[in-house]
Ligand binder design. Structure first.
Ligand code: MN
Length: 452
């Protein structure tokens, strides 16, 4: 008992440990685990496997049986988790099989997301967009549940950081932009175009230095606020809505949420942490549901935002474009435009229901739009939610899901659901198996199960 307890407590305090994997190759009386498990605070995976794949028919004796009895010991061990009502991940299968190893690997990313969640600090520029409900929420409860610290700053403090960026640093970054991206002048004056791009370079560097200095990993801003130009006019500061600048910061791993949406900003950060260092990653972004294609057989949602879509999800070339916004009287902001990759992905929405948080997880299939959209001056993605647009959107709306999502090609519904379970919050899945009748029942049952 004492060795188990000591080991778990070492895991608790080891900063390099995101979780523990256990396996009972022999019988392990589970009362011995009670004290250690009660004190353990990180994610736990119970691997149910055995060393040999095949029964050694010719040589098996009772000694072998006693030393290779996961079928027996893992059941005894699993029982005590159920008795203690503790969350854990169970993975069964042969340890050398690729699917088992992949499942363990993907859980390890979830464990990192769980442990790192408590270090996320969100810098909020101004408050929520006026009258919007779904982006609101209980920030104290979020800190209790997820560990997120959400702090607001007046924009003028950040403008100071932007104004402090040297012209030399701006010039260097503009050079980098011009090397890296296609420039879509579209008849605009070349010099003025470059000056507008330079404004975004200043914002990128200023925001990043401010964030780094104060140790924030996610940003929230309110485009409504950006439209209240008298503030900016008074400050002589931000000359453009941060577009390209925010896109680049997201690419560097910052979370982002628009219109005061701190929950999505933190979720984007969580998901970026969970995918960090992944080989052949396809990208993770803040996203917004905009408009539908309802043509039979071609149904889908066009995803975009005013400007802020992360370039990690881009497919092919990325261009810089400048175009007026339909709001405010700032300069025409420079933004990165592109279309996104195809393939399966996951879209999540974290909402506050007043008495609890709910994570809505939707499997989506990303596609190319049928035709290009030459007049649309923003980066886009296009997807069909599973099981189809009709049931997917009906379920999303019944669940209360937002118009903002944290989106990733590189994570699965299982990983996001495991993350939610570790956080002790409700998760609902909208996927190929979803039917509205069953889904409504699930929401009803969950409302009882999560009653405080
Ligand atoms: Mn929005």
């Amino acid at each position: 008992n004492e060795v188990i307890r000591k080991t778990f407590n070492e895991a608790n305090t080891d900063e390099n440990c995101a979780g523990v994997i256990t396996w009972m190759h022999t019988f392990s009386p589970a009362k011995s685990w009670i004290l250690g498990l009660q004190e353990y605070r990180k994610p736990l995976l119970h691997l149910h496997t055995q060393f040999n794949r095949e029964i050694p028919y010719d040589t098996i004796d009772m000694d072998f049986m006693n030393e290779n009895q996961a079928a027996h010991g893992d059941r005894e061990y699993g029982h005590i988790f159920s008795r203690l009502n503790m969350e854990r991940k169970v993975v069964a299968g042969y340890w050398e099989d690729e699917d088992v190893q992949k499942q363990i690997g993907s859980w390890m990313r979830t464990a990192v997301g769980v442990v790192e969640s408590s270090h996320i600090r969100v810098m909020r520029v101004a408050d929520n967009m006026r009258n919007v409900a779904v982006t609101e929420g209980d920030k104290v409860e979020a800190q209790i549940k997820f560990g997120w610290e959400v702090d607001a700053y007046p924009v003028n403090e950040i403008v100071e950081a932007v104004n402090a960026v040297s012209q030399a640093d701006i010039d260097t970054l503009v050079e980098e932009y011009y090397d890296k991206y296609d420039i879509l002048l579209e008849g605009r004056d070349e010099k003025e175009f470059r000056e507008h791009v330079a404004v975004q370079a200043g914002i990128e560097l200023g925001f990043e230095r401010f964030l780094d200095e104060k140790n924030y990993q996610a940003i929230v801003k309110d485009h409504d606020y950006q439209a209240v130009v008298t503030h900016f006019g008074d400050l002589g500061g931000l000359k453009q809505l941060p577009g390209l600048a925010i896109q680049r910061l997201m690419e560097k791993g910052y979370g982002f949420g628009a219109e005061g949406d701190w929950k999505t900003a933190a979720m984007v950060r969580v998901m970026k942490i969970m995918t960090q260092g992944m080989k052949d990653a396809k990208g993770t972004s803040f996203m917004e549901d905009y408009t539908y294609n309802l043509v039979p057989g071609k149904e889908g949602v066009l995803e975009a935002h005013m400007l802020e879509v992360c370039p990690t999800i881009a497919d092919g070339k990325i261009s810089i474009k400048e175009q007026p916004l339909s709001m405010g009287d700032r300069e025409d902001p420079a933004r990165l435009v592109f279309t996104s990759k195809t393939g399966p992905a996951v879209a999540t929405s974290l909402i506050d229901l007043g008495d609890r948080f709910r994570l809505i997880i939707n499997d989506v299939d990303c596609k190319k739009t049928e035709k290009p959209m030459p007049k649309l001056p923003v980066a886009t993605a296009f997807w069909t939610p599973q099981p189809n647009l009709k049931v997917g959107t009906e379920a999303w709306i019944l669940a209360g899901g937002a118009h903002h999502t944290a989106f990733s090609y590189d994570l699965t519904a299982e990983q996001m659901g495991d993350w939610a379970a570790s956080m002790g919050i409700e998760a609902v899945y909208i996927d190929k198996d979803t039917t509205i009748r069953q889904f409504k029942n699930e929401l009803l049952w969950n409302s009882v199960a999560f009653r405080k």
